[in-house]
Design a binder for this molecule. Sequence first.
Ligand SMILES: C[S@@+](CC[C@H](N)C(=O)[O-])C[C@H]1O[C@@H](n2cnc3c(N)ncnc32)[C@H](O)[C@@H]1O
Length: 276
Amino acid sequence: MSGDPGWREWDERTAHELRTDVPHPARMYDYYLGGKDNFPADRAAAEAVIRAYPPSRATARANRDFLGRAVRFAAQDLGIRQFLDVGTGIPTQGNTNAVAHEVASDARVLYVDNDPIVLTHARALLAHGDEGQRTQVVLGDLRDPASVLAEAGKILDLGRPVALMLVAILHFLRDEEKPAGIVRELVSALPSGSALVLSHATADFASEQAVAEGRQVYDRATAPFVPRDGADVLEFFTGLEWVEPGLVQAPFWRPDGEPPLQAREISLYGGVGVKP
Ligand SMILES: C[S@@+](CC[C@H](N)C(=O)[O-])C[C@H]1O[C@@H](n2cnc3c(N)ncnc32)[C@H](O)[C@@H]1O
């Protein structure tokens, strides 16, 4: 076990910290996606969010689909072979490593999440086959970008392009935590040709009441919910070149076919930028 509380290994202390009585965003998200890795407190909170904002499940699905398309694009069209996925979530279908390895079996993936339950599940998944060689998972916090980069430097070659995945995580950071500065610090450590894959919840396409009620639920969870408007989300891409179609509601980002009927209700932006 490392002495650094930010990077400790799975142990009894982290088990205690699972806090099954408090809703966790990772487990609520698992519930929206129809997963089984959640507890009554997570389900009750997620149901309250669904009551306030009925397209919650469709939004989670749209986010996962965006993630899959963006990873495939990064590997196939940008030729990227390294993925730094911060805010991994509980593993489900179409994880970053699975999609990346469909395109390039030698791609390396580092998962970082601050929820110990994610670490447990991800390690169990990676125990199979040779996945553990190409894919690693560590406990870490986006709010400590220097530590994230230090861990990334042990596993990835930061001299070669990296896809930095910040998918449905930045809306769990408060403005005071300076999310744009954190993104800048991470991107500035990556070489030209690297990509930022980002999705972010917004109130731009939902009623104020739905958003206020949703925020109240997350106020009782382990992380707050901070939707941001399009201008604020655009700021995360400062200095990067857009991949077409730029920043859009996630279902409209390079859809495989016709976007679903519900697409215009999805309160989530998605975009990919490339470092020149
Ligand atoms: C909504 S899930 C998104 C999972 C995955 N990126 C996806 O889009 O399918 C958000 C994840 O971010 C993690 N998370 C939230 N705040 C974090 C932080 N400050 N540092 C690291 N992970 C964080 C949560 O534990 C959760 O697993």
